[in-house]
Design a protein around this ligand. Structure first.
Ligand code: S3P
Length: 431
């Protein structure tokens, strides 16, 4: 790798930030969280907690929140607007169910089109009373108040691997103080488990076969300590800068980055494509490995990605698909139908936009086949469908020398990475 490699940092991890704020709301006493990203989605979680009576003092741009649980939880119905954030809607469903509050949970048009049965059904099996206010399987949902003692032990074998579902159920069981056990068919991100175990909650979790198993004891909130946390950089945001560096044929290091293996599957894929990757794990922070990642640019080839890897790189598929158009050979992504249920139908959005910039791609029910052309100069208009990760993937692609990409909606990145366009321009060589 080039000796004069430049290094950058990225905003704090969005998944950990949602969890840290919600867990702080349950902890007995004041918590401090630093390194929060100024992301619309995380603001949605903070706003919902404030509506529930939680003290969240998070001045704009400071990255630092002081969180105080309420003296008493509200008895009137709380209205929670989750905006564009699926993680807020699903995790808050669990949190509210565990606390036994009366609430209506809603979101924007994109969030209202995403499935909720996956979290509503198991919460109902636990004993929560939840109803759809309008359409089945969709927001808005209504949760009914109940006295404590109303949730029961659940032992749940999930059919899909979703960290949002897993975390919602853990938060519900924790709030109520009931035992909970779950098996998931593939390993999804485990930040909720790590943070709770770090804070003293009796929770065991481990990979099992292709998937994972977790067990939460019945001690509940009483076993929780307040947080004092600095959130490490978000690998899902860093992915776009690392991708831009590869496409722009330059070397780049990202420091202070979360290196949890349930999030870094895309680095293994980049390595299989032939990129030079160096991972330096430094400290362990609140149960999470943190360090730096460097990429060294060079030619790369296509890759096959199957169902078992998808949960480990679910949010990075748009970036990998964009890289694949300049790889030598074919990239085949399968077992990825879950991508159709994200902020947009990402398989359809990727196929449409990859074609729009000149690539050859086939859309399949559960994936994409992309025929790479190493010297392709991407040119065209990208329709993001309001999806931040589609906008950022094609933003990275604009680093290719000579690329001319116009994006219809640059603002949509604000839900996860508001400074993306500036940060990406700083690592881009296509000026
Ligand atoms: C997330 C889990 C993933 C991911 C999302 C964030 C989380 O969703 O796509 O961006 O923080 O738990 P699923 O759990 O639906 O796979």
């Amino acid at each position: 790798m080039n000796e004069k490699r430049s290094s950058v940092t990225v905003p704090g991890d969005k998944s950990i930030s949602h969890r840290a704020l919600m867990i702080a709301a349950l902890a007995p006493g004041r918590s401090t969280i630093e390194g929060l990203p100024e992301a619309g989605d995380v603001r949605s979680t903070a706003g919902a907690l404030v509506a529930m009576g939680v003290g969240v003092d998070w001045p704009a741009g400071s990255g630092r929140a002081v969180v105080d649980p309420p003296a008493g939880w509200p008895t009137a119905t709380v209205r929670l607007d989750c905006g564009n954030s699926g993680t807020s809607a699903r995790l808050l469903s669990g949190l509210i169910a565990g606390l036994g509050l009366s609430a209506r949970i809603d979101g924007d048009a994109s969030l209202r089109s995403r499935p909720m049965d996956r979290v509503v059904y198991p919460l109902q099996a636990m004993g929560a009373r939840i109803a759809y206010a309008e359409d089945d399987d969709r927001l808005p949902i209504d949760l009914e108040a109940r006295a404590s003692g109303g949730l029961r032990v659940l032992r749940y074998r999930a059919r899909i691997s979703s960290a949002q579902v897993k975390s919602a159920l853990v938060l519900a069981a924790l709030g109520e103080g009931v035992e909970f056990e779950m098996w998931e068919p593939g390993r999804s991100r485990d930040h909720t488990e790590r943070l709770l175990a770090h804070l003293g909650v009796p929770l065991s979790f481990a990979p099992e076969g292709q998937g994972a198993h977790l067990r939460l004891g019945s001690e509940g909130r009483a076993s929780l300590e307040p947080l004092d946390l600095r959130v490490p950089g978000d690998p899902s945001s860093a992915a776009f800068l690392l991708g831009a560096a590869l496409l722009g044929e330059r070397d780049l290091t990202v420091d202070d980055l979360l290196l949890n293996q349930t999030r870094t599957g895309f680095l293994e894929v980049l390595e299989r494509m032939g990129a030079e990757i160096e991972i330096d794990v430094g400290e362990d922070r609140a149960g999470e490995p943190v360090g730096s990642v460097s990429v060294g640019a060079g030619p790369y080839q296509g890759v096959r990605i199957g169902a078992d890897q998808i949960p480990l790189l679910i949010d990075e598929i748009p970036l990998i698909a964009v890289l694949a158009i300049r790889a030598s050979g074919v990239t085949e992504i399968s077992g990825a139908a879950e991508l159709r249920l994200k902020e947009s139908d990402r398989l359809s959005a990727l196929a449409e936009n990859l074609k729009a910039v000149g690539a050859t791609v086939e859309e399949r029910p559960d994936g994409l086949v992309i025929h790479g052309t190493p010297r392709l100069i991407p040119r065209g208009v990208v329709r993001t469908r309001g999806d931040h990760r589609i906008a950022m993937a094609f933003g990275s692609l604009a680093s290719v020398q000579g690329a001319e990409i116009v994006t219809d909606d640059r603002e949509c990145v604000a839900v996860s990475y508001p400074t993306f366009w500036d940060d990406c321009a700083a690592v881009s060589t296509n000026r």
